[in-house]
Design a protein around this ligand. Structure first.
Ligand SMILES: Cc1cc2nc3c(=O)[nH]c(=O)nc-3n(C[C@H](O)[C@H](O)[C@H](O)COP(=O)(O)OP(=O)(O)OC[C@H]3O[C@@H](n4cnc5c(N)ncnc54)[C@H](O)[C@@H]3O)c2cc1C
Length: 387
């Protein structure tokens, strides 16, 4: 059954839920208030196998699938969406790309370190002039003997200053918009690599977001992922998994918004009644609960399809589009139910309100998800009803 958990998946859900409620909850409010990325939390998650959750055992991973990762990310996000973005990018983008496109040497060298959490993987695609439009990437990679020399900057890179492995998409052929990009595995220790501007964001404060600067950065040609010219395919193809990850993050945020609304609404009384006894509050709770369930079903479907090796671009985009939208609606309504105290840092909903916003922006904005979905739907109609 699509939505039935295996014993293994139940165990992952319970293990991550326990860790999140015990270890992560103890530090999340403070680390988000102070803008501190907690290495010890990543170590704790690594000990549970989370940093190598989809990596085969021969490379030190636990070899579970996208579904397990989605379930784990929801549990982490219910407590700390900042932690979830680091775990999501590491697994669904960096680990995935090295596993799928790395040579045997690269896999043997890097995956065990990534699976153990020793090397955090990050994904560097965005540039000042290339956000939604990946084909506008300018960062150059010029081959010189057994090396490529990279020049340019990437911006908004999640966990970029904590990285052990950076997946970089750069331009090897200025003449071709689509076949002109190549993916590289870069170590922060390579000459010419540095961390630039640190962003001060609205939310996700316990996750760092930085600029990465490449000045004559020398990368061995053996560190090309796939082949030269495959960068666009690798970058866009891998986003399916990334989008399921962010949809799971949004789902966790929405679930917390609902939880907090109900718990608060049972405690607070006005006009001699609990807030949850007012029909207008109940209508908000009913909408939130329905949306959370619908989002979860979309996430689970996309994850199961990905694990089955099916093309799930449309379904991953639907899950991300819907989950991020209902997460933002849920934090809005939950804050409304909290009233004035919900607008203060005393209550968790204030943090989740800020954390929700970016889920409609990164790993493809909602507008880009709609483009992906509409293109696929129109293709399907073209096949069903050719004109
Ligand atoms: C906290 C955070 C973390 C991030 N982490 C990473 C990371 O780890 N790695 C990475 O590479 N990037 C990362 N990003 C970058 C993120 O993926 C981009 O911000 C996102 O893809 C949008 O690009 P942009 O900001 O350049 O906006 P733009 O592409 O300039 O878009 C601006 C607006 O125009 C709309 N728009 C653009 N094109 C169209 C169109 N064809 N039709 C209709 N509307 C359109 C967009 O939907 C959006 O509303 C991160 C961003 C943030 C804020």
């Amino acid at each position: 059954m699509l939505f039935q958990f295996s014993e293994e998946e139940r165990l992952i859900q319970k293990t991550v839920r326990d860790f999140a409620r015990r270890e992560l909850a103890a530090v999340a409010d403070i680390s988000n208030r102070d803008g501190v990325f907690r290495d010890d939390i990543i170590k704790g998650l690594s000990a549970l196998g989370l940093m190598g959750i989809t990596i085969p055992e021969e490379y030190g991973g636990v070899n579970f699938g996208t579904f397990s990762l989605a379930v784990a990310l929801e549990e982490i996000s219910r407590i700390c969406p900042s932690t979830a973005v680091a775990v999501s990018v590491h697994n669904s983008l960096a680990n995935h790309i090295v596993l799928k496109y790395g040579s045997e040497e690269l896999k043997a060298k890097y995956l065990p370190r990534m699976a153990s959490g020793e090397a955090i993987g990050v994904y560097a695609l965005t540039e000042p002039d290339a956000g939604s439009d990946v084909s506008a990437i300018r960062m150059s990679a010029v081959r010189k003997g057994h090396e490529y020399v990279l020049n340019g900057a990437k911006i908004f890179i999640s966990t970029g200053d904590k990285a052990g492995v950076v997946i970089v998409i750069a331009r090897t052929d200025p003449g071709s918009r689509t076949r002109g990009l190549t993916a590289f595995l870069v170590e922060p220790g390579f000459p010419g690599f540095s961390v630039g501007k640190v962003e001060h964001k609205m939310g996700l404060k316990a996750s760092t977001t930085v600029e990465l600067v490449f000045e004559d950065c020398r990368v061995p040609s053996a560190n090309v992922l796939g082949e030269e010219g495959m960068g666009m395919q690798i970058a866009l193809g891998s986003l399916d998994g990334g989008r399921i990850g962010i949809a799971s993050q949004a789902l966790g945020i929405a679930q917390t918004a609902l939880d907090e609304a109900v718990l608060f609404g049972r405690e607070r009384t006005q006009f001699g009644k609990r807030l949850v006894d007012f029909q207008m509050t109940q209508a908000k709770i009913a909408d939130m609960a329905t949306n959370v369930d619908a989002a979860r079903l979309l996430v689970y479907r996309a994850a199961r399809m990905r694990d089955a090796g099916e093309n799930c671009s449309k379904e991953a985009s639907m899950a991300k589009l819907f989950a991020s939208r209902i997460a933002n609606a849920a934090v809005y309504d939950s804050m409304q139910i909290h009233g004035g105290v919900g607008y203060t840092e005393e209550f968790r909903i204030e943090r989740f309100f800020r954390d929700a916003r970016v889920t409609e922006i990164y790993e493809g904005t909602s507008e880009i998800q709609r483009i992906v979905i509409a293109r696929k739907v129109l293709e399907e109609y073209e096949q069903m009803y050719p004109v």
